[in-house]
Design a protein around this ligand. Structure first.
Ligand code: ATP
Ligand code: MG
Length: 298
């Protein structure tokens, strides 16, 4: 039998149109604007304020990134800052030790007092301020120096110890407090950059506490770490909170719930809600907080 050369195109199976996608009404954060004269709900102010911020606004050039924030951070409190990416958490945190000064186009207005003293006053020297208010960044950033020198550097430049024996003691105490001493005591001369990520982050925490800060700012300190290293840092935060005031930015709601006393929820540069952490994650006062913690956006 002869086959026809001309073959019919294969018949495609009948595909029925997909059913209409169910229509969830998931609001985009940008479609949930908050009025310019909004008021933070919950408990943004406390009795024993270490930091007191009033009407804080932050601009990058013409663009405003933080709007009218009023917030106290209590002595020995751990406060977590949460909210969708780009909502201004890092910008706000950087105001607390004038780290934003390093960004040319950044301008901060309003009042930020540390123990009643205006930190943006022209007479405020930022070098001692940044020793009082230390910072731990997202990515561990040890100096390209030995483990010992990473920790000893700050106390040396701030004149906290001149004799080697005093410096040795600060280095050991700081490494112990950061939970790293046992792992590095036999290789203090090895480069800090040769440690694992989690160890490097604990080294950076040791470096921060070596200059006896009063406040420690942490911007997503565990985001580059595995769960075991993260658990170590979280234990450390709990321990450090006995002596220090800590403000931590985190994308992990579980982490905020585990480590903080109060939680602050930011949305498009506005401080929407501040409440006890347990309340924020169980019965938040604001609909936007609820939308975020239940995963509707962010
Ligand atoms: N150096 C900068 N120059 C210009 N705009 C900036 C700068 N840093 C941040 N911004 C803008 O300010 C706003 C807030 O950014 P910020 O980094 O504070 O947010 P974030 O909440 O920390 O976000 P993420 O969770 O992604 O770290 C964003 O719109 C961002 O684009
Ligand atoms: Mg950030």
């Amino acid at each position: 039998m002869q086959q026809t050369l001309e073959q019919k195109p294969p018949v495609s199976p009948k595909v029925s149109a997909p059913p209409m996608a169910p229509t969830f009404s998931i609001p985009e954060p940008a479609q949930m604007p908050v009025s310019a004269d909004y008021k933070t709900v919950g408990v943004p102010l406390v009795e024993n304020a270490k930091f007191a911020m009033r009407d804080v606004n932050v601009f990058y050039g013409e663009k405003q990134a933080v709007f009218n924030v009023n917030l106290d951070i209590g002595e020995n409190e751990v406060i977590a800052m949460i909210g969708p990416s780009g909502c201004g958490k890092s910008t706000f945190l950087r105001c607390l030790n004038r780290m934003n000064d390093t960004i040319d186009i950044c301008r901060v207005t309003g009042s930020i007092q540390l123990d009643g003293e205006e930190i943006y006053a022209s007479k405020m020297d930022v070098v001692p301020l940044r020793a009082r208010v230390g910072m731990v960044f997202q990515k561990p950033n040890p100096f390209p120096k030995s483990i010992y020198e990473n920790v000893a550097y700050g106390p040396k430049i701030h004149g906290l110890a001149s004799r080697r024996v005093d410096l040795d003691e600060i280095v050991e105490t700081s490494l112990r407090r950061a939970g790293l001493w046992e792992e590095v005591k036999d290789r203090l001369d090895a480069p800090g950059t040769g440690l694992s990520g989690g160890q490097q982050q604990r080294l950076c925490i040791a470096r921060t506490i070596a200059v006896s800060p009063e406040v420690i700012l942490m911007d997503e300190p565990c985001s580059a770490l595995d769960p075991i290293a993260t658990a170590k840092i979280e234990e450390l935060i709990a321990e450090l909170s006995q002596n220090y005031t800590i403000a931590i930015v985190t994308h992990s709601m579980q982490q905020a719930a585990r480590v903080s006393h109060r939680t602050a929820y930011f949305h498009l540069g506005k401080l929407i809600e501040v409440n006890d952490t347990q309340k924020v994650f169980t019965t938040p006062d604001h609909a936007l907080t609820e939308a975020y913690i239940t995963g509707r956006f962010g």
